[in-house]
Design a protein around this ligand. Structure first.
Ligand code: PMP
Ligand code: GLU
Length: 396
């Protein structure tokens, strides 16, 4: 019956991260002892002070439609957060609250892209960027980066990728999946190229901002005066506050883009969930130091997983500066054969690890770089030790 469906949906690739997580869940339900290191989801609970704010909101009778672009009090909390953490000055008309950063990204793509518009994506990029761009009739332009340059795009590479059709540049910093962070100087280098192309809009996805291990200080593209008017800053609470299921993300943007996202959202979702919005006011107004304990724990796990992986021949890791993923190059395993099956690429290797080591990871192909796999270390130390030991045994 797929001929009854739209070409749009038939051409859409399912989210590889969510698909792998579903597969691991299915295998677990059938009795297999699978360790899931595929999904980028903190294994912590949402902090109590945020949960309490949600409970209070229920008791206070928050149950009606909210303003489409978010409660005024939440917008004000977001404005405070942008100023406090990023030195960015936004007004209410520049803020839109959405059902997760994912919807925020989708809104921006729908609002800005016309058929054939090109969007530059430094690889590896977050799994959904490419398909969100395609869903909006845009054309993803992948810029390959190298593990030897910590997976960062250079100004020269950016310049070479720009054509008369370039409409946007999208990146995440800290990066999912590589963990790389563009320093202020590196962002300035990219901004200097963009100076020559004043129409290109930048989407700076900063959802892992607080998950930073202290090697590189977080910087925002919109903090450069000459970039402010054409940068959309994306953020959300899923990662730093362990609130993935609450589904709140937001943008700070030029007001014409914010207005467009508001208009779209008014026809699609009517706005984000009212209780979650109230809870996020508290999450953002409290000091980020209240969630530092999670970052400290991720830092320990990062050290552990890097030590363990670096002991396995064939895994070549860069050192993630933020987020909670490692993105090892696994090309050393390509061409190897097991039980008559040859591992030809990262997808085969991730599948091999799932079947032979009972460990779920994600193929690097999903992030536009087929030399690596992504391993999430948002998992307990015990699970990390056991998973890497199984991986080590399975590749010996
Ligand atoms: N951007 C990046 C880089 C991500 O890793 C994710 C995954 N959660 C998102 C956006 C989407 O976040 P949310 O859960 O708020 O939709
Ligand atoms: N962003 C997380 C990840 O990359 C969650 C999954 C998703 O939103 O696709 O794994």
């Amino acid at each position: 019956m797929s001929d009854q469906l739209s070409e749009r949906i038939n051409n859409l690739v399912p989210s590889a991260t969510l698909e792998m997580a579903a597969k691991a869940r299915e295998l677990r339900a059938s009795g297999k002892d699978i360790i899931g290191l595929s999904l980028g989801e903190p294994d912590f609970n949402t902090p109590d002070y945020i949960k309490d704010a949600a409970i209070q909101a229920v008791k206070d009778g928050y149950n009606s439609y909210t303003p489409v672009d978010g409660y005024v009090e939440l917008k004000d909390a977001i404005i405070t957060k942008f100023k406090r953490d990023n030195g960015l000055n936004y007004e209410r008309a520049q803020i839109v609250v959405s059902t997760g950063a994912k919807q925020a990204l989708y809104n921006v793509a729908q609002a800005c892209l016309n058929q054939g518009d090109e969007v530059i994506l430094p690889c590896p990029y977050w799994v959904s960027y490419s398909d969100i761009v395609k869903l909006s009739d845009g054309v993803p332009i992948e810029v390959k980066t190298s593990i030897d340059n910590n997976f960062k795009m250079t100004p020269e590479q950016l310049e070479a990728a720009i054509t008369p059709k370039t409409k946007m540049l999208w990146y995440s910093s800290p990066c999912n999946p590589s963990g790389s962070i563009y320093s202020k100087e590196e962002l300035r280098g990219l901004a200097d190229v963009l100076k020559k192309y004043p129409k290109i809009i930048v989407v700076s996805d900063e959802i892992y901002e607080h998950i930073n291990y202290g090697v590189t200080t977080h910087a925002s593209m919109a903090a450069f005066e000459d970039m402010y008017d054409r940068t959309v800053t994306i953020n959300g609470v899923a990662k730093a506050f362990a609130m993935t299921g609450w589904r709140i993300g937001y943008i700070g943007a030029p007001s014409y883009i914010a207005r467009a996202c508001n208009k779209l959202q008014g026809q699609v979702t009517s706005g984000a969930n009212c209780i979650a919005q109230r809870a996020v006011i508290t999450a953002l107004l409290e000091s980020p130091s209240r969630v530092q304990y999670m970052v400290d724990e991720f830092k320990n796990r990062r050290k552990l997983i890097l030590e363990l992986l670096n002991n396995i021949d064939g895994f070549k890791c860069n050192e993630p500066e933020g987020a909670f993923y490692v993105y090892p190059d696994v090309t050393a395993f390509f061409g190897k054969t097991f039980n008559g099956k040859t591992i030809n690429n990262a997808s085969d290797f991730a599948m091999y690890l799932l079947e032979e080591a009972n460990v779920a990871t994600v193929t690097g192909d999903a992030f536009g770089n087929g030399n690596s796999i992504r391993i999430s270390y948002a998992a307990s130390e015990e699970h990390i030790r056991e998973a890497i030991s199984r991986i080590s045994d399975s590749v010996e």
